[in-house]
Design a binder for this molecule. Sequence first.
Ligand code: FE2
Ligand code: FE2
Length: 396
Amino acid sequence: MTLKDFLKPDKQANLEVFSVSPRLIPVNKSINFNLYINSSAREGVDRFVCIWKAGKAIQENDVSEIAKKFGHIYIAENQRNHFFKDLGDNKNLATKEKVEILKNAALDHLDQLFHNTDDMIQSESIKKCLVECEAAAIGLMESIRNYDLFGLHDLIAELDFHDHYTLDHSINTGLYNMMLFREINPNATNEQLKIAGLSGMFHDIGKIKLPNSIINATQDLEPEEYIKIKQHPIWGRDLLQQEGIKFQRNHLNIIKNVVYEHHENYDGSGYPNGLKAEEINIFARMTSISDFFDAITTKRSYHTPLEPLDALGVIENTCGIKVDPYLFERFKRKILKDEKLDSALYLPKDFDPCCPHTALDLMYEDEIQKSELNENDQEDVIHYHWAKKTQLPKIS
Ligand SMILES: [Fe+2]
Ligand SMILES: [Fe+2]
């Protein structure tokens, strides 16, 4: 096929576009987005022309011919979702490369929100960020479709780190959420998976209001700093319920619930409202597992991460206390089959995955037994051991 055979170009005025590397366009199959070139020869003047229509298969030599002749290839902003979905689905690219591109797309927008020095975070930039992260979540969902927890953990460890821990952690939590949701519910729809991903990406959005000295603290926090950190679910909820954030209402409501409830604990000991069990939104209950897992398995400069299996053991020991035992059990059974965890490793009951820690304050079961001698700790010990006796709620 030569360029003459291409569809007659459509002229589009005022089109918002982004340029894309030719090698990211899936070949030998029909693509779900239009391709544009800039036909203007005048400096500072753009005239985007559609040169390939969605729904038509494109071959490798077509792409290289277009790239050779016109230099840059563009895609319309309003088709970014389709491009990211096709990118995630592109079998010719390595998963690491795809995830890196999609992660960076979401990170750029989250980064802009976190670096907005205005006191008022404009609802327009939050909406833009939601839309951008939604597109990235669609591509990421396709990219990691066949990954289990261990594969995903290895993939995340291979990706480049952003120097802002909270942003990296937010994307990771979104990735784990999508995988977890699919493992727990194999019939999950793409919409549900997308919301799970977005919820993870936005769960700590309220930290925008925290000073960097707290977000990046390299030593244990002072009590008044911890009080501030505990405000982030409320701040995040308030940011998302500002007037003028136009996003699908149901989706936005779930994300808002996750932001507000991801620090609630299954036994009612969490914050801000001490909600219990099924009072906590199911997406928030899942996000707290993903949040916890990422916080203790990801390398931060000042603490050594746990291996995935140890991390699962630690989380299992908080079943019925912090995390939903039903969700965790179902998730664990899917990836570990009959393998028993029964870990002797514990974290203190008040461990907060969203707080910076100088070290993971791990304890072994026998250390807890020793502390049984101390009457003051008696209640804590009962709490730890109760976890293992918790009955799973019956959910069909
Ligand atoms: Fe948080
Ligand atoms: Fe978090």
